[in-house]
Design a protein around this ligand. Structure first.
Ligand code: 13P
Length: 341
């Protein structure tokens, strides 16, 4: 099989109607923050138990086509000793991995961030591949303030995403390109739209310069939203309209899938917004789906609370959110489905 065939077969498996991606790639500090409210210590064993619960939840393969793992998880196994990636692959779910090493300030550019992890990436990908990994994820982060992100910051982050994506494709790994314009702040919907458009334009220009094959990547953007401290509540239909206006202006039709991050939206809002996009824009060239972390896992963490006796309940909570988001991918979600479950 050529590298192009390998990338294409991964895309076909990941981009399927009614299915999306589960992001379970929280880094050590992030998973500790998620465990804190449920009074669960972030030990290796607790992280293994939690991710086993997620990956072995009965029925999720009907709605989840891929899972993004954290590096540590690749070495962990289920209670029966099956590697967690293999447990996913056996059910037809594609295992992937977050390969970036987190963000920090972009030197000499106040307010801008840059993500680390390109050094040694090619070698790491080769190792991950021997453990069944078929796609990767890299996140660049953009905080909105009066003066940021700057044009320089946007260009530096685009270069990182494009270099990462090119290295992945050279090794037969499908890159998820994730530019996240953060919700933090009191900015308007229009300001988020302006920044998101500029960020995505710059990214596709950089991907072109780096010879990235657009048919063999997935874009994981933010939805266009007002800042979380903005006073005006915006309806899902308006979020869908503005988000699609930005995507149509910036994302070439060759890209097969756009899988949104949830970015701190409530599980219900993340589902309703995705549904509005698929209901109101059924004829766009890309498949619009989800790659949610918090919006899929929040109810699961609450149901589990770190207790083995709650595992089945927590798995049902994951199946419910996966099913409702699967419905939203098809534009068939109704808020009434929340309570009838
Ligand atoms: P959220 O859906 O919680 O934003 O997480 C998605 C993700 O992968 C962030 O990098």
């Amino acid at each position: 099989m050529t590298i192009a065939d390998e990338l294409q077969s991964t895309i076909v498996q990941m981009v399927q109607p009614g299915k999306g991606i589960l992001a379970a790639d929280e880094s050590l500090p992030t998973i500790a923050r998620r465990f804190a409210p449920i009074h669960t210590e972030s030990t290796g064993e607790n992280r293994r138990a939690y991710r086993t619960l997620l990956f072995t939840a009965p029925g999720i393969e009907d709605y989840i086509s891929g899972v993004i793992e954290f590096e540590e998880t690749l070495a962990q196994t289920t209670d029966e000793g099956t590697p967690l990636s293999e447990a996913l692959a056996r059910r037809g779910i594609v295992p992937g991995i977050k390969v970036d090493r987190g963000k920090g300030p972009l030197a000499l550019s106040p307010g801008d961030f840059i993500t680390y992890g390109l050094d040694g990436l090619a070698e790491r990908l080769q190792q991950y591949k021997t453990r069944g990994t078929r796609f990767a994820k890299w996140r660049e982060v953009y905080a909105i303030s009066k003066h940021s992100p700057t044009a320089h910051g946007i260009s530096a982050s685009a270069e990182m995403l494009a270099r990462y994506a090119a290295i992945c494709q050279a090794h037969g790994i499908v890159p998820i390109v994730e530019p996240e314009v953060l919700m933090d702040g009191d900015h308007s919907l229009a300001r988020c739209a302006e920044i998101t458009e500029t960020v995505q334009k710059e990214i596709f220009y950089a991907l072109h310069r780096h010879h990235v094959v657009l048919e063999h990547m997935i874009l994981k953007p933010n939805m266009v939203l007002p800042g979380s401290a903005h006073t005006v509540k915006v309806r899902a239909e308006e979020i869908a309209a503005v988000t699609l206006r930005v995507l149509k202006r910036t994302v070439p039709a060759a890209v097969p899938g756009i899988n949104f991050l949830s970015g701190g939206l409530s599980p219900e809002d993340a589902t309703a917004n995705l549904n509005a996009m698929n209901t109101n824009f059924p004829h766009v060239p890309w498949q619009l789906s989800f790659s949610y972390g918090r919006a899929l896992q929040q109810p699961v963490l609450q149901a589990w609370s770190g207790k083995p006796e709650n595992v089945a309940l927590a798995q049902q909570a994951l199946l419910k959110r996966a099913r409702l988001n699967g419905a939203a991918q098809r534009g068939k979600y109704l808020p009434s489905m929340e309570s009838s479950d």
